[in-house]
Write a protein that binds this ligand. Structure first.
Ligand code: NA7
Length: 533
């Protein structure tokens, strides 16, 4: 450890969209530095450069609202931007607001230790940087720590293995190659159609079939762009009153109030609406009533059967044992129709799980598959993974990893008791990806900035939360989840995608407006649930 630490007011961890905004927002008033693991900015949109990577929220919404000139000048070429546009946008923001001098790239934070005598965090990074700071903003992302199932034999495989989160910058030549893709979540579903086009043969290894609807992506038309740019202020306000997504028609009727014909008409319109996620809100009770949800499930299954020629493949692609939306609804560009290609096949690895990688491919409990390339689209150790992979030590030697060993605790997903002056953006028990991440992230950064400004104005040196406050927030989170059917699937929302991961539902489903209201009320109510000294 270096002997003479550098001193900062604030360390931001992560130069993704929230981290970049945090740096911009805070460095005017505070000496701020940002550490980033990657060699470029953009977070999710830096790492996830696999073929087909594309945002599943319309770009006019999935973009920053903090700067009017930026949102007026920037042009999104498509309704749902692909990764290169999003990465370019992140780079543009870093340049436009001159953030680069305050970002240390390829320099992941390895450990954080709080010293309660001085109320300073000791930050140690991969490159040996040693920094002291008063506040930490952990903008580490909810989907940044890759999940790599550790099948034996990996070192034996003579072909190439790629995880979708670590896709090389240079295009990979897949011509004449037999490719296997493991995982059929949002990522696998986006990547597979492009891999099928580029490779000799694609085998899709599916453990759980996914509900997916067409994205309706298309080039941006001028009228759409003008309409947004003329009304951006008002539109951003409206987004804050929803889930950060206003381009969606919220159904006004329960599925039970509609005749089968009306149900069908509403769902058909939703399917072709070109508004992603429409199926989840087609009726008022899709996410709260299993029978209403089943109406939507059956409609999507009927679409799969219509699109996929081979009946056995179609049946295998139909999800039957969890409600639609309880795992994130996937948004695709030709996923189901891809199975009509001669060079694509589907393997059920729920019935016969993968057991090992071999020299020539992989084995399941009932067959061997010869492959030249294996693509792991196996998702993330979501929400908590990015922070628990850092050594975080709070007061009295308390380790975050130990504190969260039975599942994450937090107050508003913002602070964890025993870890003073550390603020999380999109932390566990926030709405996270159930609200639109850029807009919700900006709001959370502003919230952290307000707390820091108040601390400095009122001459405090330490802010913490309490276990009681964490419990009260856990109760709110659990009550909100209990009114929905979100818990009825194994997914990254509840950590059940990772073997052995403990804890319950990690996302607040009470809605972003209520989340904002409760978080703000706490500050307005004399920092209820926080302790300042
Ligand atoms: P997801 O949605 O967690 O999907 C991961 C996929 O990988 C999913 O189909 C998993 O099956 C599969 N998986 C994971 N581990 C295994 C093993 N051991 N064997 C076979 N299959 C496995 O991650 P994504 O990257 O697709 O999407 C994450 C988010 O990014 C998405 O929600 C959007 O918000 C953007 P499972 O379903 O667990 O049975």
């Amino acid at each position: 450890m270096a002997e003479n630490p550098e001193e900062f007011d604030i360390v931001v961890i992560g130069a993704g969209f929230s981290g970049l905004y945090a740096l911009h927002r805070l460095r005017k008033d505070y000496k701020t530095i940002c550490f980033e693991a990657g060699d470029g900015v953009g977070g999710t949109w830096y790492w996830n450069r696999y073929p087909g990577a594309r945002v599943d929220i319309q770009s006019v919404e999935y973009s920053y609202g903090f700067d009017e000139e930026l949102q007026q000048e920037w042009k999104w070429p498509e309704y749902f931007s692909a990764q290169p546009e999003l990465e370019e946008y992140a780079n543009h923001v870093a340049d436009r607001f001159e953030l680069r001098d305050n970002i240390r790239l390829s320099n992941a934070v390895e450990s954080l230790r709080f010293d309660k005598e001085t109320n300073r965090w000791h930050v140690q990074s991969e490159n040996g940087d040693y920094v002291l700071c008063k506040y930490i903003i952990a903008a580490t992302g909810s989907l940044s720590a890759p999940n790599m199932p550790d099948w034996p034999g990996r070192e034996k495989f003579r072909g190439e293995i790629y995880h979708t989160t670590q896709w090389p910058r240079e295009p990979i030549d897949l011509r004449n190659k037999r490719v296997g893709i493991i995982g059929t979540g949002s990522t696998g579903i986006q990547a597979a159609p492009l891999l099928a086009e580029k490779s000799k043969q694609l085998t899709v290894f599916q453990r759980t079939p996914a509900f997916s609807m067409p994205s309706g992506n298309r080039p941006t038309d001028e009228e759409h762009e003008r309409n947004w740019k003329e009304n951006y202020g008002e539109r951003r306000d409206k987004m804050l009153d929803t889930y950060g997504v206003s381009l969606i028609e919220y159904g006004t009727k329960s599925a039970h109030e509609c005749t089968p014909e009306e149900q069908h008409a509403i769902l058909e319109e939703g399917w072709t609406s070109k508004s992603a996620f429409q199926m989840m809100v087609a009726f008022t009770d899709v996410m709260t009533d299993r029978a209403a949800n089943e109406v939507v499930c059956e409609f999507v299954r009927s679409k799969i059967r219509e699109i996929v020629d081979d009946p056995a493949t179609a049946e295998l692609l139909c999800p039957t044992d969890y409600p639609i939306g309880a795992k994130r609804l996937c948004i695709d560009n030709g996923y189901f129709s891809m199975f009509n290609r001669d060079n694509v096949s589907l393997v059920d690895v729920k019935a016969a799980p993968i057991t090992e990688l071999t020299e020539t491919g992989l084995k399941t409990t009932d067959a061997s598959y010869d492959l030249d390339v294996i693509v792991m689209a196996t998702g993330f150790d979501a929400v908590t993974g990015a922070l628990t992979r850092i050594e975080v030590e709070g007061v009295d030697g308390l380790k975050l990893r130990d504190k969260w060993s039975e599942g994450p605790t937090s107050y508003f997903g913002f602070m964890v008791a025993g870890f003073p002056n550390l603020f999380m953006i999109h932390g566990p028990l926030t709405p996270a990806a159930l609200a639109q991440m850029i807009t919700a992230g900006e709001w959370q950064v502003d919230y952290a900035a307000r707390v820091i400004d108040d601390m400095e104005k009122d001459n405090y040196s330490c802010i913490d939360t309490t276990e009681e406050a964490e419990q009260s927030w856990a109760d709110e989170v659990n009550i909100a989840a209990s009114h929905t059917i979100f818990g009825q699937a194994n997914s990254w929302y509840n950590g059940k995608n990772i073997e052995g991961k403990k804890g319950g539902f990690m996302i607040y489903v009470g809605g972003f407006p209520r989340y904002r209201e409760l978080s703000e009320n706490a500050l307005n109510n004399n920092y209820k649930g926080f302790v300042r000294s």
